[in-house]
Design a protein around this ligand. Sequence first.
Ligand code: SF4
Length: 308
Amino acid sequence: MTDASSPPEELAHPRHRFDAPRKEEVLAGALEVIDARVQEDEHLTPTSVNWHYTRACNYECKFCFHTAKSSYFLPAEPGGMDEAQLCLKRLRDAGMKKINFSGGEPFLHPKHLGELCRFCKETLKLESVSIVSNGSKIQERWFQQFGDYVDILAISCDSFNEETNVKIGRGKGMHIRQLEQVRNWCNMYGVPFKLNSVINIHNVGEDMTAAILQLSPVRWKVFQCLLLDGENAGPDALRDAKELAITGEQFGQFLKRHETVACLVPEDNTRMKDSYLISGASTLGPRRSAPAPLLGAPRPSWTSGSAS
Ligand code: SF4
């Protein structure tokens, strides 16, 4: 929150160096990308869409590539909810069956998030509505109000040693307690619970088997820490994750250690890089034939791929 005497957050914070795009720009960009992508290839259907709902986050994970943070958030703008719903409807008409709200941290805007989940489920009748969150901002009353409109809630946790989470930047020491709380609410309100972990230099030696079995997620997605030039690596990056990177062999050893965990789904760097097409307002312009991944749009963006 800022008051009248303080500079806007995006100016006060050195990482917020991108201009917030105008609402019309974002909407036009999103709709243009959707239309262009569908027209380019009649066989291309955005079946599974990952909406990077906001790039802002209350955590500072050192490997995170959502470093180019914009304070702009379409649904909170005047008329923005209607326009967000229009985008979602256009996507549904183009073949979207599943949507995942991710970030940044989607629960920085819990009411808008809940209303959009309701819209996707009740009005658009999508097969699947999911959310990926760090869990820290979730409250029980959100489940009471909106739990019926969510098919899967994924919470990110990289370690069951709180000191390791702090070292990574995943919270300030309360992450596991909140994770367990959210897991209980998922049980109480019948929302399937999923867990995501990023394996990096700080947690690659950990044995998480007992904790995972106790939490019993429907799926435990395990990612190898990914370096993206210009995002979390290289001279132009706002965050440098190089020191957290692990080799494929180290990742393999982690997977081997957890081979008895049946819900584990691994995602190594090669698979991750090939799985996503990210489209944002930055794709505006004459570009019409872009089958290759457009990674790192510095604005609210849409991903078509294996998001959840
Ligand atoms: S919680 Fe997610 S979005 Fe936030 S800093 Fe960590 S990885 Fe990035």
